[in-house]
Design a protein around this ligand. Structure first.
Ligand SMILES: Nc1nc2c(ncn2[C@@H]2O[C@H](COP(=O)(O)OP(=O)(O)O)[C@@H](O)[C@H]2O)c(=O)[nH]1
Ligand SMILES: [Mg+2]
Ligand SMILES: [Zn+2]
Length: 312
């Protein structure tokens, strides 16, 4: 009997098992043995990957092929090897339509340094980013909103929400509908609460302490994206502590700050670092207040981090 091959979408991964949505059903698969040796520096198969499977008689399946990725949101895998020659790429999601980065107005207070890092990763991957500021029902919301207006000026969509007070949820729902999204941000900002307010069980458990899922070497073991009733999928990542920029050269960093891009040609040197060159157009724009000092500060810090990264 000829074995039947079928296309499918990887919607969940856990400890070497892959849940693949085919046109007819959800089937638990493992990777074909020969695929496993293909690469040590990155992951072979992650949520969002399109694959070709073959069914086995016991009802499970084998992934025979992982189709080329259109896009992927990555970071340096948090592990004891990070910063060494054996560090690996962790692909958080493949082929997603957008990345939604959630912060909270208070409790925890916003960390734009971390948000900028996430936005750079999305720009590198050419994934459209959406910024969410949650918990705007809390004291301090006005100051936080003023801070986030910077991102609107740059051109990112910014949604102001409160899962607790039911603000902005319809717009968030609309933003997610029909798309494959990664929904991420630090622990406690309200990711699960927002998703559960949109659709029951769309988010992971509220208040979940996910240390087990986020720490150490085995961080890649569990990931899931959940279907929206109206089409699309949302991957609610457990709170992400850090996001080491993967595969970015120091001298390409400026290209991932959209508000820098139109000014870069005005710098006197084509390899301007925008750190200390006289007549640098970026520094001049910061001085005039056209580029937010906070964003420029993020640029300087990330640039230094990239300069210090392991060189292969
Ligand atoms: N005041 C307020 N609290 C919220 C809001 N959204 C979530 N929370 C609370 O913040 C805590 C963390 O929420 P959770 O959804 O687990 O955050 P996650 O770690 O990002 O998934 C919980 O105690 C929630 O009840 C909000 O909009 N306003
Ligand atoms: Mg959560
Ligand atoms: Zn410059």
């Amino acid at each position: 009997m000829q074995k039947q091959e079928e296309p499918g979408l990887v919607v969940k991964t856990q400890s070497g098992f892959y849940w693949v949505q085919t046109t007819s059903d959800l089937i638990t698969c493992q990777l074909r043995g020969t695929l496993k040796q293909a690469s040590k520096r990155t992951e072979l198969c992650v949520i969002g990957d399109k694959v070709i499977i073959e069914r086995l008689t016991d009802g499970s399946g084998v992934i025979k092929q992982v189709l080329p990725r259109q896009r992927a949101l990555s970071r340096i895998e948090p592990s004891e090897y990070a910063g060494t020659a054996t560090e690996r790429e962790q692909v958080l999601i493949a082929n997603c339509d957008q990345a939604v980065f959630v912060s909270s107005a208070a409790n925890p207070a916003p960390n734009t340094r971390f948000l900028d890092r996430c936005l750079i990763a999305a720009e590198k991957a050419a994934i459209p980013a959406v910024v969410v500021l949650n918990k705007i029902d809390l004291e301090g919301a006005e100051a936080a909103k003023a801070l986030f207006a910077t991102y609107e000026r740059i051109g990112y969509p910014v949604l102001y929400t409160s899962a607790a007070a039911n603000i902005g949820l319809a717009l968030l729902h609309q933003t997610l509908m029909g798309k494959i999204s990664i929904f991420t941000g630090r622990s406690g900002v309200g990711k699960s609460s927002l998703l559960n307010a949109i659709q029951p069980n769309l988010g992971r458990a509220v208040g979940e302490v996910s240390a087990k899922l986020t720490k150490g070497k085995h961080t890649t073991n569990y990931a899931e994206m959940i279907p929206l009733a109206d089409g699309g999928y949302v991957a609610d990542t457990p709170g992400i502590r850090g996001l080491g920029l993967w595969d970015i050269e120091p001298n390409e960093l400026d290209a991932y700050f959209p508000e820098f891009v139109p000014l870069i040609p005005a710098c006197p040197f084509s390899d301007c670092t925008h750190i200390n060159e006289a007549e640098c157009a970026i520094r001049a724009a910061v001085a005039r207040g056209e580029i937010a000092a906070d964003r420029y500060d993020s640029y300087l810090r990330l640039r230094e981090e990239l300069e210090n990264q392991y060189v292969y």
